[in-house]
Design a protein around this ligand. Structure first.
Ligand SMILES: *Cc1c(COP(=O)(O)O)cnc(C)c1O
Length: 481
């Protein structure tokens, strides 16, 4: 068990040496004082070493490859961090008047504009705090647009069976009904099954393209036309935008509304790295329903806040996760249009390189390996000759090799899924070493399955009760315990 700061406490130890007071002593208001404040007593070097050690127990993209499929764990450029900490950004108060924060509003205005240019949408809100929050925003917008036309009978949201769990969760939170659409054997949406559900009860379809099998949905234009023909909208789950920037604009395919995960595609840190952001883009038709306020610019180039006429209302206090917006803005400006296209091309190339190596070595089946993948590849932890070994064992053993495991058991439609997303920021040598590790693990699995069943062996903690950790997290420990 890792040492807790109180375990290091020795009565009388001090980390600071206070100068003698040069002002008269005054009694503190007694009602605010505690009888007893059990702070740890500890020297400065021990404190520093304690926290540095804790930071090193954690895995991070600054430490090694993080091929967590669907999450786009790309390297976070440090210039983003420097610029979002500029005092002019970091010290703003969200209640300052527009005339005092023109620079920040200008940054937001440009970001709205750049995201619209990348994706082809007419308008963008920066408010949602994450992808899932963007989904809720988008579904409420689709719904409100239909209610504004008097279409109160609609209640169905169609969701392919390869979708991320947030899509059905969003649907339920919006008070609508999820209808699952199966995938065809080639990994695309089953068009006949989709048609069977299309009627005037449909609010819309939520679709991820490239989908979570790492495949480009080849019938996307037809799918959008079919949904539009019954008066439905198409929601694009933009988590996989890293595969298509500068290559295709989702709005041109027929998508009506879509979120962008700034903490995936646009290099903002995520997970434990801080808050993310899930801006949402919409077509001209849906723009009047966006949450407000948005940033607009008048003829004197002054920025002002505006709430669209039929807005669904606010979805977040103030103006979203502002620091995340600055980081994404910096990232986009640093790359430029051609640089963003290169990001996507390299991300797709990296994933296909891994797919090709895995196919060549033949240890891990790739269900759709006959197609080129996009920015991620879905393999299976089914090693011939090691039938008792499962994807979970392989993932845990990768930790011993110094890698964060890929996403596992997702998408749900691929048994024993290992979903690998290398991103464009990994060097070829890193990709080679990662595949070598998978090859070594396959060899170990055949020779000594127990080694995998009991992995990880070198991590600070072994196998955890992950369900309990999620349901009953212990986030603080107190001195008296
Ligand atoms: C990450 C992800 C989401 C949810 O985004 P968050 O920012 O984590 O809320 C939705 N769909 C897909 C496919 C994703 O990968």
């Amino acid at each position: 068990m890792e040492k807790f700061i109180y375990d290091l406490s020795v009565p009388g130890r001090r980390g600071v040496d206070m100068p003698n007071s040069d002002v008269p002593e005054t009694a503190l208001p007694q009602e605010y004082l505690r009888e007893d404040l059990p702070l740890p007593e500890i020297g400065e070097p021990e404190v520093v070493r304690h926290y540095v050690r804790l930071s090193q127990l954690n895995y991070a993209v600054d430490k090694g490859m993080y091929p967590l499929g669907s999450c786009t764990m790309k390297y976070n450029p440090k210039v983003n961090e420097r610029l979002c900490r500029l005092p002019g950004f970091a010290n703003l108060h969200p209640l300052q008047g527009a005339e005092q924060v023109q620079g920040a509003m200008g940054m937001m205005y440009e970001l709205q504009d750049m995201l619209a240019a990348i994706t082809g949408f007419a308008a963008v809100t920066l408010q949602p705090a994450a992808g899932a929050h963007g989904e809720l925003t988008g579904v409420l917008i689709m719904r409100k647009a239909q209610l504004a036309r008097g279409q109160t009978q609609r209640y169905k949201i169609l969701v392919p069976d390869s979708a991320h769990g947030t899509n059905p969760a969003t649907t339920t939170m919006a008070g609508l009904e999820v209808i699952e659409i199966p995938s065809a054997p080639d990994g695309n949406v089953d068009i006949e099954a989709l048609k069977a559900q299309l009627d005037d009860k449909v609010v819309g379809l939520m679709i991820t393209n490239p989908n979570t099998l790492g495949l480009f949905e080849q019938n996307i234009v037809t799918i959008c036309q079919l949904v539009h023909a019954v008066g439905g909208f198409v929601y694009g789950d933009g988590a996989n935008l890293n595969a298509i920037m500068g290559i295709v604009r989702p709005a041109d395919l027929g998508i009506d509304v879509m979120h962008f995960n700034l903490h995936k595609t646009f290099s903002v840190p995520h997970g434990g790295g801080g808050p993310g952001a899930g801006p949402v883009g919409v077509t001209e038709e849906l723009a009047p329903f966006l949450p407000g306020p948005l940033v607009a610019m008048d003829e004197d180039d002054e920025f002002y806040w505006v709430v669209p006429e039929q807005s669904i209302g606010r979805v977040k206090s103030f103006h979203g996760n502002f620091g995340a917006l600055v980081r994404a803005h910096v990232y986009i400006r640093m790359h430029g249009a051609e640089g963003l296209r290169a990001v996507s091309e390299d991300a797709v190339l990296s994933a296909n390189y891994i797919q090709a190596l895995l196919k060549q070595r033949g240890d891990y089946p790739i269900p759709h390996g006959d197609r080129f993948c996009m920015h991620e590849v879905v393999a299976q932890g089914k090693i011939a000759g090691a039938e008792g070994v499962h994807t979970l064992d392989i993932a845990k053993r990768l930790i011993d090799f110094g890698y964060h495991p890929p996403t596992i058991y997702f998408p749900l439609i691929v048994p024993e899924a290992l979903m690998i997303e290398p991103t464009e920021t990994e060097a070829k040598e890193t990709l080679d070493a990662f595949v070598d590790a998978l090859t070594d693990i396959a060899r170990e699995a055949r020779a000594d399955a127990e080694l995998l069943h009991s992995a990880p062996h070198t991590a600070p903690v072994r196998r955890l009760d992950e369900v309990r950790a999620a349901r009953q997290p212990v986030l603080a420990r107190h001195a008296e315990e």
